[in-house]
Design a protein around this ligand. Sequence first.
Ligand code: NAD
Ligand code: DAU
Length: 354
Amino acid sequence: MTLLVTGGAGFIGSHFVLDWLAMSDESVVNLDKLTYAGNAHNLEPLTGDRRHVFVQGDIGDAALVGALLAQHRPRALINFAAESHVDRSIRGPGEFIQTNIVGTFQLLEQVRSHWGQLPQAEKSAFRLLHVSTDEVYGSLGANDPAFTENPRNEPNSPYSASKAASDHLVRAYHHTFGLPVLTTNCSNNYGPMQFPEKLIPLMIVNAQAGKPLPLYGDGRQIRDWLYVKDHCSAIRAVLDRGQVGQTYNVGGLNEKANLDIVHSVCDLLDELSPRADGQSYRKQITFVPDRPGHDRRYAIDARKIERDIGWKPAETFETGIRKTVQWYLDSPRWVAQVQSGAYREWVATQYVQA
Ligand code: NAD
Ligand code: DAU
């Protein structure tokens, strides 16, 4: 038995692959383009492990995807591959349209063709699990109820619009062709090995480097935060027990304002790696111009996955953020490796005043 995982060298995908192979002997074929966000170092613990087959390539490469499906006959495909950073989608949406929409479409076409020819038993057992985001739902006001699994999306950024489009394609391939799909819409992940363009790792590495901690606008935007390994356990649970054609919200029960997140990071750093001058890292917080079209609040109603599948997160924010900060402090080599020329160029363009 084999899983085909796409985007398995990225932040969440690499955790998923590592956790999967730590718990199961079912092999994984890992298809990843290795964009700036894909990091082969994340998969170093699997060096020499014959259960892991890494293939560098694009989900939009129909011939490659078709050949992988024919050769490995996976019992399921988990689609993590995407362009994932909102700010990059504002600076240049093209890659987001290409990978998240066109790439997902090409993947669906290849899966549909392969699946259609499988013998009945394999056909019924096959699953395509599409990993998506709460951002497709839009933005909430302070007193609005949390997002439920509602297909009537209101995405606001090129990133979330491209993810919503991919969700709609996945849903349509089930509705029209009967493809056995599952979709998960998850809130903000954090944890080890997250590329330091995202809020939490950016704050940790900037704090350590004595740089400003750039908060957009008033810093009062709210997100729900989930430890990455909890997201991976949710995906395993949905793959195992999810009902075909259904969408499941995944959340951490941790609605927090960005300023509070950054305060938590600073306070942990003050405890675990104090500044030489004895001052708090909070002194480095700098308010910078807001993200265009910045969504104010996300909150996720994850009662369905708990009720129907029996999943809920294992980590609290306090336990997860401590592990995360400690990991970055213990991993200067990993941080140095990802701070390539391309990373420095992005930071210089994005944070002109910070
Ligand atoms: P990431 O940017 O860290 O990793 C994405 C991976 O996809 C990288 O390894 C990259 O090389 C690969 N990739 C990109 N384009 C590709 C292509 N055309 N073909 C093959 N591989 C390609 O992203 P992440 O944070 O790990 O997110 C993974 C998935 O989860 C995405 O679909 C994202 O939308 C979704 N998601 C992320 C979060 C979050 O907070 N990070 C929350 C909810 C959902
Ligand atoms: O909600 C799920 C989504 O979470 C995922 O689908 C995306 O792939 C993932 O990137 C994330 O999107 P966000 O835009 O919420 O994450 P980001 O880490 O970029 O920003 C989190 C919040 O912090 C957001 O309100 C913007 C703010 N922020 C971010 C950065 C990078 C700052 O204030 N300063 C910053 O420098």
